[in-house]
Design a binder for this molecule. Sequence first.
Ligand code: CAA
Length: 236
Amino acid sequence: ALVTGATQGIGRAIALALAEAGANVWINHLNQAEAATALVARIVASGGQARAVQADVGSPAQVADMFGWVLAEGELDILVNNAGITRDRLFAKLDVAQWDAVIATNLSSLFNMCKQVSNKMASRGWGRIINISSVNGVKGQAGQTNYSAAKAGVIGFTKALAAELAAKGVTVNAIAPGYVATKMVMAIKPEILQSIIDTVPMKRLAKPEEIGGACAYLASDLAAFMTGATMNINGG
Ligand code: CAA
């Protein structure tokens, strides 16, 4: 398995859940070599197998280089496109760099990553592609035209690729988490975050493990009949 943006938050929980389920996991990171090494050590210490690999998922060239390393070590069965960033700003003030950065990392990354493995998975007749969307890609969020557009794009991409690969043993699904207790969410101003939590029926943030577990399910044989779907995990 390969998990992008795997050193913290949701990606880290997904990497741990997949390792627990028996996958050998590649921990992709942008520039957190130390955190990646620590996560690899934790997985290895509990009897699993993991390696770290650096690449900016928004860069086609860096992604191609990364797969040069990864595929030299063996086939990839499970791809989790998790890496994501925010550049929150009201649309009136949003600049093109903030638009482009979010589209590149959160959406074009799916093109870059899937290009490298989808044909290979299809020719082997088995594969799992899991894309992390967001509740804000489903409902839209003020201050996030860039992020909401990218995360809605993730769902469209998922459905279209799922249709293309359905007969080939490769499933493609999305998870749309609500607000999860991660660094990204904790960076929201406390009063704004509280007003968001007040709108969640369960009145709390998700734990990263609550997303990791769903991802392990989607990667398993039990989820073989599920494709093109979006799992909404958002406390109601
Ligand atoms: N809906 C409509 N208008 C809003 C609004 C909202 N939710 N929030 C703010 N505004 C309006 C305000 O009313 C104000 O309008 P006026 O100027 O006409 O009075 C204007 O926006 C400016 O408000 P602020 O002073 O708060 O502006 P700011 O520039 O300091 O902050 C913001 C704007 C950055 C978008 C801030 O409101 C914010 O951080 N909002 C939260 C965005 C959010 O939920 N991000 C999620 C990050 S986590 C994540 O993305 C993970 C995931 O998948 C869930």
